[in-house]
Structures are given as C-alpha cells and as structure tokens.
Design a protein around this ligand. Structure first.
Ligand code: HEC
Ligand code: HEC
Length: 324
C-alpha cells in the first residue's frame, strides 16, 4: 500500500518512474443516503403467529389506499341506506327518503308503454277492417302486436309459425287455401266469433253429416265415394269403385263440397280436389271423415281479447302469406 500522504519520490533520485509520479490524495465522499438505507437490514415485521406448513404470516398494516376505499364504502353504505329502501321489515323494507321502488319503475314503464300503444290501438279500431293494411305504419304496428297475440293465444292450436297441425284438424294459416275465407274481413270474423263453438251465437257454423255412423250411406257406397275423392285429388284409386262413387258424391256431398269438389267457403267445406288437407288425404283418413265426420271447433275471441287485438292478429294472419 502506497502512502499517499508521502509525496517524496521513490526509486533512484531524480529518475522519473511510475512509482515516482505524484498522486493527489483520494477524496472521501460521504455515501449517499439511499445506499446506506439499503445496506441496513430492514427490521423484521411482527408476525401473527399463524404458521401453515412452515409459512408464517406477517402482521403488516393494511395499505393506505385499501383502508381509504374501505372507509368510503362505509360512508356510501350509510348514505345509501338513508336514500334507498334498505332494511327488510315484516311486509316491506324501509322506504328511503327518495321513495324509489323497482316495482314502481316497472309499473310506470308499463303505463307509458300502454299509453304509447293506446294511440295505435285507437287507430286500429277506427280504421275499416279491409283497409288495415293500407297504412304502412299502422300495418307494421299491427303485425308486431298481432304476432304477440298469436304466440299467446293461437300457437297452441295452429303452431308457433301458423303452419297448422293436421293431426288435430288445426288448419295451416300460412297457405292460400282457406276454409272460411282469406280476406281481412273473413279472418277477422273467424277470430272474433270462432267456429262451431257453443258460446258465440255468431260463430261460423256447418256440420258435415256422419254418413257411416248415422247410417246415411251403406258401407259399399262409402267405399265408392272414398275412391272417388281419392281420384278427384289425383291419388291412386280403384277406377271402378270411383266411377260408382261419382253418383254418391253428387247426391250426398256436392251440396257442400261442390260438384267439382272445389269446396265452399260459406260452409267451411274444404276443397277435396287439391292436395291440401285439413285432416288428411289418405284412404283411411278420408274414410274416417266420411263415417264419423269431424266438427272442428275454434273458440271465439271477442270478449277474450280487445277488438284492437283481434284486428292486430287478423292483420298478422293475413300477412303470413295466404291473405287475399
Ligand atoms: C282450441 C284451438 C284453437 C285456437 C286456440 C285457435 N284456433 Fe283457429 N282454428 C281452430 C280450428 C279447429 C279451426 C278449423 C275449424 C274448421 O274445421 O273449420 C280453426 C280455424 C281458423 C281460421 C280459419 C282458417 C281458414 O282456412 O279459413 C283462422 C283464420 C284461425 N283459425 C285463426 C286463429 C287465430 C288468429 C287464433 C288466435 C287468436 C286462433 N285461430 C286460435 C282451432 C283453434
Ligand atoms: C253439410 C255440408 C257437408 C256435406 C254434405 C259433406 N261435407 Fe265433407 N266436410 C264438410 C265440412 C264443414 C268439413 C270440414 C271438417 C269439419 O267438420 O271440421 C268437411 C270435411 C270433409 C273432408 C275432410 C277434408 C280434409 O281436408 O281433411 C272430407 C274428405 C269430406 N268432407 C268428404 C265428404 C264426402 C265424401 C261427403 C259426402 C259423402 C261430404 N264430405 C259431405 C261439410 C260437408
């Protein structure tokens, strides 16, 4: 170690050598505080005494930000309890000074919704039934409102899309084949008064006789007329029986189903000369219809629904595809 305070040159006198160079004394700087702090071992924090598998729990204080959030939450809770319903009592909660209630909100919303709809319902009732689809805006409202009515009141019989359910004799409302008529007025009347029900004196009414059960036709005649209906609808049939059936049909069936089997909407008698069937067009089903008849019933909706709703659902059915 070279003594820096000793400035006397070393080595041979007067000869410059690296050892002989005069060195300034090294200055002593105080160490920065940060470094000092880092050096000092932090004091071991207190422990709670909880140990899990050798892992100990420190008893550190909560972070400041956490504590403050906690206090603010408490203050908020107190304010909230004063303003809003909070403490459950026997039949209802403390009301809070703002008088707020979610039930009230819903009631107010429904009220304003109904008030808005009322204007349209009024227009529906004031417009001629036949002209309900002339006003585009009114039609748009009617289709939406009618769709909701249909889903709630009609779909259980006619199917959710109005496609009908043949097994139940519930006709399709989406095709252009109509039993009782497909104009807006016809559809409106069908819905308002229903079909063959006992409750509405204005219900659409007709009754196909039970040709077999009531002994109106012999078994043989029934066989013949069934083959005739099969022939008329373009299906496989026994030609000889069908030929004989033509006369049976003319005498017993044409009054309602017309001579050519095209049906009669005044009587709700379906066309038999096409491929659209209410109950089914195979030999067995036709035979069953002729022997026992059917008597499909639809309830009346006048009184159950508001007139405006009946009109809306009539528009909905009319625009499903088959409206005339
Ligand atoms: C309980 C079952 C049932 C309900 C509910 C019902 N219908 Fe019907 N509906 C029938 C039956 C059955 C017929 C066919 C009756 C017949 O043989 O003529 C029919 C026929 C109709 C027809 C005549 C179809 C045609 O070809 O002329 C229309 C239109 C109609 N329904 C609309 C509705 C609407 C709209 C609703 C709801 C508001 C509704 N129905 C609710 C059973 C029902
Ligand atoms: C008084 C009128 C009337 C007479 C007469 C009548 N029908 Fe009908 N027929 C109807 C009506 C109405 C229906 C609709 C079914 C119902 O009652 O719900 C129908 C339905 C049918 C159906 C079912 C069609 C389908 O789409 O599923 C067949 C088949 C049929 N008739 C055949 C006959 C034959 C065959 C005769 C003669 C032997 C006859 N009908 C006589 C009124 C009549």
């Amino acid at each position: 170690m070279v003594d820096e305070t000793d400035n006397t040159p070393k080595g041979a006198a007067g000869e410059p050598s690296p050892e002989n160079k005069v060195k300034p004394p090294e200055r002593q700087y105080p160490e920065p505080r940060k470094v000092l702090q880092r050096k000092a071992a932090p004091p071991e924090p207190a422990k709670t005494g909880h140990v899990w598998d050798g892992i100990e729990e420190y008893d550190n204080p909560m972070p400041r930000w956490w504590l403050w959030t906690f206090y603010i939450c408490i203050i908020w809770a107190v304010i909230y309890m004063i303003l809003y319903p909070a403490w459950p009592l026997v039949s209802q909660a403390t009301p809070g000074i703002l008088g707020h209630s979610t039930r009230g909100d819903v009631a107010r919303e429904i009220e304003s919704f109904e008030a808005r709809n009322e204007v349209w319902f009024q227009r529906l009732v004031e417009t001629e039934v036949a002209a309900l689809r002339d006003d585009v805006e009114l039609e748009r409202f009617a289709v939406r409102a009618g769709g909701a009515v249909f889903a709630a009141q009609c779909s259980q019989c006619h199917g959710s899309g109005g496609g009908g359910v043949q097994a139940g004799g519930f006709p399709s409302l989406v095709d252009d084949d109509w039993l009782w008529g497909g104009t807006l007025e016809d559809i409106h009347l069908t819905i308002a008064h229903g079909i063959r029900n006992e409750t509405d004196p204005m219900a659409r009414w007709s009754e196909m006789p039970a040709f077999g059960r009531d002994g109106i036709l012999e078994d043989e005649e029934i066989d013949q007329v069934v083959e005739y209906v099969l022939a008329m609808s373009g299906q496989d049939h026994d030609a000889a029986l069908a030929e004989a059936g033509a006369e049976v049909f003319e005498w017993n069936c044409a009054a309602c189903h017309m001579e050519d089997g095209s049906g009669n909407m005044d009587l709700g008698a379906p066309a038999l000369n096409n491929q659209v069937w209410l109950y089914g067009g195979d030999r067995e089903t036709i035979r069953h219809t002729v022997v026992y008849s059917r008597f499909g019933v639809m309830p009346a909706f006048a009184g159950r629904l508001r007139e405006a709703e009946i009109r809306a659902v009539a528009v909905y059915v009319h625009q499903l595809g088959g409206g005339q």
